[in-house]
Design a protein around this ligand. Structure first.
Ligand SMILES: [Zn+2]
Ligand SMILES: [Zn+2]
Length: 169
């Protein structure tokens, strides 16, 4: 047996085995580097995976099976997309009564037909219900008169002779 081994252990075989061993070591080192880099990019605990990957070959296979599914860049992109969609919704808004997405210049909800905006009687622009004057043509809006009356009455209470007599409170 010993002789047979000595006969087989030729310099050629030795060289071939050395090459195979070197290749295996390189593959092992590269696999560890790949696992660490990939785990880092996927935003997972790369140092934990580095320890796992140090188990030759089995560690890499385990990582391939168990690695987190998304790259960190993809995850960021997805979050950005969701944020963009939300911002779009905020820009256009929703119908107050049915939640249907509506654009900023819609006057009526296309889904439930409830009124979203008033129209200016002069220039027909869509007006926010809280506005008291049309910003496009300076025409006072319908509800403005009652509002100004209310502000006028509040002005009266601020007059000095009213403040001196406490009967209003
Ligand atoms: Zn609606
Ligand atoms: Zn107008």
């Amino acid at each position: 047996m010993q002789e047979l081994l000595a006969q087989l252990w030729t310099p050629e075989l030795q060289a071939a085995l050395t090459v195979v061993l070197v290749v295996l070591v390189i593959l092992y080192v590269l696999s560890v580097i790949w696992v660490v880099r990939d785990a880092y990019l996927r935003g997972s605990y790369w140092y934990v995976w580095a320890i796992v990957a140090l188990v030759p070959f089995i560690g890499v296979i385990a990582y391939c099976l168990l690695r987190p599914p998304l790259l960190q860049i993809d995850k960021d992109e997805q979050e950005l997309e969701i944020a963009l969609k939300q911002r779009e919704l905020m820009k256009y808004g929703e119908c107050a009564s049915c939640g249907y997405p509506v654009e900023s210049d819609y006057v009526i909800c296309p889904n439930c037909h409830s009124r979203l905006k008033n129209l200016c009687s002069t220039c027909n622009h869509a007006l926010d219900p809280t506005w008291t004057v049309c910003p496009y043509c300076a025409q006072p809006v319908g509800g403005a008169s009652s509002r100004s009356r209310r502000s006028a009455s509040s002005d009266r209470t601020h007059q000095p002779h009213q403040a001196a007599t406490p009967r209003s409170r």
